[in-house]
Design a protein. Structure first.
Length: 172
């Protein structure tokens, strides 16, 4: 199967914004609810996506484009998430900040040339990493955290479902 070019990656990145925007707007303040201690709320999933754009995806692509085989900056997602305090943020303001940052990231993706896609940075843990590999990981990563956010809403309504829970239980 052929690799997805930037013009096919960009709409996937935009779709993540649309999904998170719809979920946040539907939840309102409920976006701060956590299923259990230690699990992220929808707000916190969104905060992670914001940081991942800035540090892990658009950030790394910019680093690679700025130099030849640069050593990419490391970051600790759980540490950054804890420091952000996204659960204290207004959910609507947070999703709109995501949309603004993602719009700039999509513009970056659309600007990439074929030569840019083959450029390489050195990740301190995994070694050489090409721009096209980062592009492929980006929608994959998005979907993992969008799915996580949607699962938080599922957990929120689970107890209320009562007997209807049996419709969602795996067949025995």
């Amino acid at each position: 199967m052929a690799a997805l070019p930037p013009d096919e990656i960009a709409p996937l990145l935009a779709a993540s914004v649309a999904t998170m925007r719809a979920e946040i707007r539907a939840l309102g303040e409920g976006a701060r609810w956590r299923p259990t201690a230690g699990q992220w709320s929808v707000n916190e999933c969104l905060g992670h996506l914001i940081e991942a754009d800035q540090r892990g995806f658009a950030g790394r692509i910019r680093e690679i484009l700025a130099g030849d085989r640069v050593v990419l900056t490391r970051w600790d997602p759980p540490e950054v998430a804890a420091a952000r305090h996204d659960n204290d943020a207004d959910p609507i303001e947070l999703v709109e900040a995501f949309a603004v940052g993602r719009s700039a990231a999509i513009a970056l993706v659309r600007s990439l040339s074929a030569g840019d896609l083959a450029r390489v940075g050195i990740h301190p843990e995994i070694g050489p990493l090409r721009v096209d590999e980062i592009l492929a990981e980006w929608p994959h990563h998005d979907r993992a955290h969008v799915r996580q956010a949607l699962a938080v809403t599922q957990a929120r309504v689970w107890a209320q479902m009562g007997a209807a829970q049996r419709f969602s239980e795996p067949a025995g």
